[in-house]
Ligand binder design. Structure first.
Ligand code: GDP
Ligand code: K
Ligand code: MG
Length: 299
C-alpha cells in the first residue's frame, strides 16, 4: 500500500465579531487557547495554534475581526487581520446562520475579492436553527462570493467539525510537518494566563470597561519543593471610576475575576496557583505606542 502524502498549511479564521472564530479554533485543536466571550473585540492579537494528525498538519491563525478602527489598538487589530489573509493557504470565513447579509459581511466579501486564497464559508451556530433552513443560508451567501466550499457547523457543540477538517485538507498542499505533535500554540504561558484574566473581566464586567483594559503578568514563579505557582498580575484600566468598578464592593468583583481565572490556570498549568491581582489606572494607554507595546500588542 502506498503511503499517503503529508499535507500541511496555514489557515486563518475571519468573520464579524462574535461569530465564533475563537470558539471554533479552540474546539478544532481540543484545547482552550484563545479566550472567548459574547463581546466584540475579545481577540486582540494573532494567535497561532497547531492541529496535527497522522497525514497532515493545520496551523490555524485566529485574528482580531476586520472592523473600522477607532484608536491605535483598533488600527493594530485590523492590520493584523488583513495582512494575515494574504499569507495563508486557506481562509475560513465564519458567518451567522442567516439569510440577511449585513454591512459587515458585505465589507468582508469586498476585501476577499482582492485575495487569491481559497475561501471556505463556515456557517457556524447551526445548533440555533432548524436543519432544513441551512440550504437557504447557503444559497444567500453563494450570491455574494464564489466559495471553494461551504460547511455548516456548530463550534460550540462540535457538530460537523470533522467534515470541516477534511474539507480544509482538500485545499492544503503537500508540505512538511512544521511543528512536532506536542506543539499546540505559539502563545507563551504568561500570555495565556494574562488572557484568562482578561476573559473573566470581559465576562463579569459590563460593556464599556473591558475594552479599555489590559493585563500584565508581573511575576510567575514556581514555589520550590511544592506544586504551587505564584502569579502576580495587574489589570490596567483607563479611569479611576473604572478601577472602582473592577474592584467592586469590598473587592468582591476582583475576587470573582481572580477565582474564575485561577481555576482555569490550574487546569492549563496542571498545578495549584496562588493568584494575586492589582488594578492600576493608565489614562489613554490604548493610544500610546509605548504602552501598547508594553502590554504585548506589537506590530
Ligand atoms: P469571535 O469573536 O468570533 O472569536 O467569537 P467567540 O468565539 O468569542 O464567540 C462569541 C460568542 O458566540 C460566545 O459567547 C460563544 O460561546 C458563542 N458561540 C460560538 N460558537 C457557537 C455555536 O456554534 N453555537 C452557539 N449557540 N454559540 C456559539
Ligand atoms: K467575542
Ligand atoms: Mg475571537
Amino acid at each position: 500500500m502506498k503511503k499517503q502524502e503529508f499535507k500541511s498549511g496555514f489557515v486563518t479564521l475571519i468573520g464579524r465579531p462574535n461569530v465564533g472564530k475563537s470558539t471554533l479554533m479552540n474546539h478544532l485543536i481540543g484545547q482552550k487557547i484563545a479566550i472567548t466571550s459574547d463581546k466584540p473585540q475579545t481577540t486582540r492579537n494573532r494567535i497561532q495554534t497547531v492541529y496535527t494528525e497522522e497525514n497532515g498538519q493545520i496551523i490555524f491563525l485566529d485574528t482580531p475581526g476586520i472592523h473600522k478602527a477607532k484608536n491605535k489598538l483598533g488600527e493594530y487589530m485590523v492590520t493584523v487581520a488583513e495582512r494575515t489573509v494574504n499569507e495563508v493557504d486557506v481562509v475560513l470565513w465564519l458567518v451567522e446562520p442567516s439569510t440577511f447579509i449585513g454591512a459587515g459581511d458585505q465589507y468582508i466579501a469586498e476585501q476577499l475579492l482582492k485575495v487569491k486564497t481559497p475561501v471556505i464559508l463556515v456557517i457556524n451556530k447551526v445548533d440555533t436553527v432548524k436543519k432544513e433552513e441551512i440550504l437557504k443560508f447557503i444559497a444567500a451567501y453563494k450570491d455574494i462570493h464564489s466559495f471553494a466550499d461551504i460547511v455548516p457547523v456548530s463550534a460550540l457543540k462540535g457538530e460537523n467539525t470533522k467534515a470541516l477538517v477534511d474539507t480544509i485538507f482538500k485545499y492544503l498542499p503537500q508540505g512538511p510537518k512544521y511543528f512536532d505533535e506536542d506543539t499546540i500554540t505559539d502563545q507563551p504561558e504568561r500570555q495565556i494566563v494574562a488572557e484568562l484574566i482578561r476573559e473573566k473581566a470581559l465576562r463579569l464586567l459590563s460593556d464599556e470597561i473591558p475594552h479599555g483594559i489590559a493585563v500584565a503578568i508581573e511575576r510567575m514563579k514556581e514555589r520550590p519543593g511544592s506544586d504551587l505557582i505564584d502569579i502576580e498580575a495587574t489589570i490596567v484600566c483607563e479611569r479611576d471610576s473604572h478601577k472602582g468598578i473592577i474592584i467592586g464592593k469590598k473587592g468582591d468583583k476582583l475576587k470573582r475575576i481572580g477565582m474564575m481565572a485561577r481555576q482555569e490556570m490550574e487546569n492549563l498549568l496542571d498545578t495549584r496557583v496562588n493568584l494575586q491581582i492589582w488594578v492600576k489606572v493608565k489614562k489613554d494607554w490604548r493610544d500610546s505606542d509605548f504602552l501598547l507595546k508594553n502590554y504585548g500588542y506589537n506590530k
